[in-house]
Design a protein. Structure first.
Length: 164
């Protein structure tokens, strides 16, 4: 086991440990009361909204896991982590979608600002279209369905230009 001496890295690692245990109290204990998390497709969330989001996420993806691939700190409260997030959509509805049993895995970059031993801000970056394809929300790349969607988009754009 590696000993972490940077307090900013230590709180981020505690956060990931709590995520993997689906320990909402542990996750929330890592956050500053005025903290903000930014997630693609969700937007900015204060800790109370983040807690509700995670409840739904854990219910929908009961086997969700986060693996830290790499983690870096500037020694002044800024931490960057590359993580591999994965799970299977076997639980309840999530963001209005009914579970379909799809397994997914997404590499994410997460940038943290830590102050007083608590996370003040986290910005997450990922390829949301790839995740949507893995969940079967979007058709596979190059498939007839994708070509149809692109054609419908182009038709809508041309019609919009014509009538604008």
């Amino acid at each position: 086991m590696t000993t972490v001496t940077d307090p900013a890295v230590a709180v981020v690692q505690r956060l990931y440990d709590a995520y993997n245990k689906q320990d909402l109290d542990g996750v929330m204990a890592c956050w500053h009361p005025d903290g903000t998390e930014f997630l693609p497709l969700v937007g900015e969330m204060a800790p109370d909204r983040l807690c509700e989001h995670l409840k739904g996420f854990y219910a929908a993806f009961p086997d969700a896991r986060t693996e830290v691939v790499s983690i870096f700190s500037d020694g002044e409260g800024h931490v960057c982590a590359q993580v591999q997030l994965s799970g299977t959509f076997t639980g309840g509805k999530f963001d209005g979608l009914i579970a379909n049993g799809a397994h997914w895995s997404a590499r994410m970059a997460e940038v943290f600002t830590v102050t007083g031993g608590l996370i003040l801000r986290m910005d997450a970056y990922m390829d949301s279209m790839d995740l949507a394809r893995q969940l079967n929300l979007l058709p596979p790349t190059g498939s007839p369905a994708e070509r149809f969607m692109r054609g419908a988009f182009n038709l809508k754009t041309r019609l919009g230009r014509l009538f604008h």
